[in-house]
Design a protein. Structure first.
Length: 260
């Protein structure tokens, strides 16, 4: 399919899936329960972290997270104390109460010492470039992981934050950045972080978006890894250099909801 026709086709699919109806079927519905910037950032990060597996289970456990934090994520994190760990009762697949305990400690550290989640990602996005000389959030994800896990923690907890500089597609945290950075009139993504441009984002690459990207000849590499992500990003930025990750809606929608 020629690029012009492919762009037209995918733009149409973006319009279908980038809509308020999408919220009701997606884990993004949980941060949409909140209005405060820091509340949305924190519950959004936690939701992105557990966003794998059955979608109903993800959403159910998202509501459980809200209950644990008394429906005030920012206040809860800022007041959290290590002795509170004994009261945590949470598990989502391999993410357990011990992991959640450290995530609360790590988030508190980020907000007290590093100007919050937006501050960390903004600083390292502005300082790092891809090999093509274009700004990218991928090195910022790697830098964030180092800062987030700079306190004492169990080694097993690190697996819940991927590092794209170690050839990971980092699907969940790229999805989180899409939520925080993209801004349009459709009301799905939040667009809270004006200090980062949508052009620097990478597509959340998973089994659905990867399969469709290969069908559409946007991606040749068979593995869903960091190299495949760079290949897909390059292709999507040719379709829309200012907002390439809007096509996540099209690729995911085609893979998850349609017989393509």
């Amino acid at each position: 399919m020629k690029r012009e026709l492919l762009k037209e086709y995918l733009d149409q699919k973006v319009e279908i899936y980038n809509s308020p109806k999408f919220i009701d079927t997606d884990p993004i519905q949980i941060p949409h329960l909140f209005t405060g910037k820091e509340d949305i950032e924190i519950i959004g990060f936690l939701m992105a972290t557990i966003a794998w597996g059955n979608r109903k289970s993800i959403i159910k456990n998202g509501h459980r997270l809200c209950e644990i934090m008394g429906n005030s994520p920012f206040d809860f994190v800022m007041e959290y104390d290590k002795k509170d760990a004994s009261h945590l009762n949470f598990v989502h697949r391999t993410f357990n109460a011990g992991d959640l305990h450290y995530f609360f400690i790590g988030l508190q550290h980020i907000y007290k010492n590093h100007e919050g989640l937006e501050g960390v990602f903004t600083k390292h996005t502005s300082e790092t470039f891809t090999t093509e000389g274009k700004l990218s959030t991928q090195p910022a994800i790697s830098a964030f992981k180092k800062i987030f896990f700079s306190l004492s923690h169990q080694d097993r907890t690190e697996k819940h934050v991927s590092d794209p500089l170690k050839n990971s597609a980092a699907k969940r945290i790229n999805m989180y950045l899409r939520w925080m950075v993209r801004k349009d009139n459709n009301g799905v993504d939040f667009g809270l972080w004006n200090s980062i441009q949508p052009a620097t984002l990478s597509c959340p690459l998973d089994v659905h978006s990867g399969r469709i990207a290969r069908e559409l000849k946007l991606l040749k590499r068979k593995q869903n890894d960091g190299k495949a992500l760079l290949e897909l990003d390059t292709a999507l930025r040719k379709l829309d250099p200012l907002d390439p990750v809007k096509y996540d809606f099209a690729l995911f929608g085609l893979g998850a909801f349609e017989t393509f």
